[in-house]
Design a protein. Structure first.
Length: 314
């Protein structure tokens, strides 16, 4: 997270080169160790991977471009925490699921939290002291476009999770295979983004030199940040794909949401980002609602009761 935030602060439009590097690294690793240099036939028909990849690629690119539309990183992470709402809503529409009152209440809390943070961020954008009225309106309209982009990516991500869950039920659990194809098949799509990727590669090469610890090699610091991000993202995304084969899409969404919460708190503390009491209230609503949805309280009740009844040591 630190590496990505450093990159975004210095080069706000660098999301495409970061995403491309992640996809390329994971695809190369999967081609060697999972696909056996292309000799291993996929367990899930390739046409389903093309559908999943189209969703995955679209979500990644739209989320990256939202950062260029006056969307601050904390708001970006908070808004994406609404994936639980999107997943539940699409589950009702597509899978015809029904939920208890407590689950609907939790969704209302999450929605209220996101609305609170979004509204307060809108006020901050609109009241930017360095802009005149006309420029302020233009910035605000770009910000609204960023919110629409995040909403679209949120719904698309939830649909992808449901689609992936249905595939695993039909063809079995193949997390490593899914990880490889989800990152290898979109690579040609990055040709559309080649000018932007090349531009930021040049900017990265012009960044200040940095001596890598232990090996003593000197490289531009942005390339070092990118390498560290790629390695840590590989570890993270591989864990997520394993989780998708063992849990429902809603459970996966919950885990990813809580991970984003930790990332949010870390970014605020590390970079001293402005975060008002209203933002804290909204964030609290989001994650209390998430915990309500998972019925953590019901699970903790029997555990605490057993803990109280255990014999005391003399």
């Amino acid at each position: 997270l630190v590496f990505l935030l450093h990159a975004c602060r210095q080069f706000p439009g660098c999301g495409n080169i970061v995403t491309f590097s992640q996809f390329l690294f994971i695809a190369m690793e999967g081609f060697i160790f999972e696909a056996n240099f292309g000799r291993k036939k996929p367990a899930i028909p390739i046409r389903y991977y093309f559908i999943m990849v189209a969703m995955f690629f679209t979500v990644s690119v739209v989320n990256n471009y939202a950062l260029n539309l006056n969307i601050a990183m904390p708001l970006h992470m908070i808004f994406r925490s609404g994936s639980l709402i999107a997943s539940m809503a699409l589950g009702i529409i597509i899978l015809k699921k029904r939920y208890s009152v407590s689950k609907y209440t939790s969704i209302a809390l999450v929605s209220l939290g996101i609305f609170t943070c979004t509204f307060m961020s809108a006020k901050q954008v609109a009241s930017d002291s360095g802009l005149n009225e006309e420029d302020g309106l233009q910035v605000f309209l770009w910000w609204m476009l960023g919110i629409l982009a995040l909403t679209f990516a949120l719904l698309m991500s939830a649909r992808m999770g449901i689609f992936q869950e249905m595939l695993y039920k039909q063809f079995g659990k193949h997390s490593k295979e899914a990880l490889f194809y989800n990152h290898a098949l979109p690579l040609p799509g990055f040709l559309l983004l080649a000018p932007n990727i090349y531009h930021h590669a040049v900017l990265f090469s012009q960044s200040e030199p940095f001596q890598v610890p232990v090996i003593g090699l000197t490289v531009p610091i942005m390339w070092f940040y990118l390498l560290m991000n790629v390695v840590t993202q590989y570890v993270c995304i591989r864990g997520v794909f394993i989780l998708t084969t063992e849990c429902t899409s809603l459970t996966v969404t919950l885990v990813v949401t809580l991970r984003k919460f930790v990332s949010l708190i870390f970014s605020i503390l590390y970079f001293h980002n402005p975060f008002t009491a209203w933002h804290w209230l909204g964030t609290t609503f989001v994650f209390v609602g998430t915990l309500m949805y998972t019925e953590v309280w019901n699970s903790l009740g029997p555990f605490l009761a057993r803990w109280r009844k255990r014999p005391k040591e003399e």
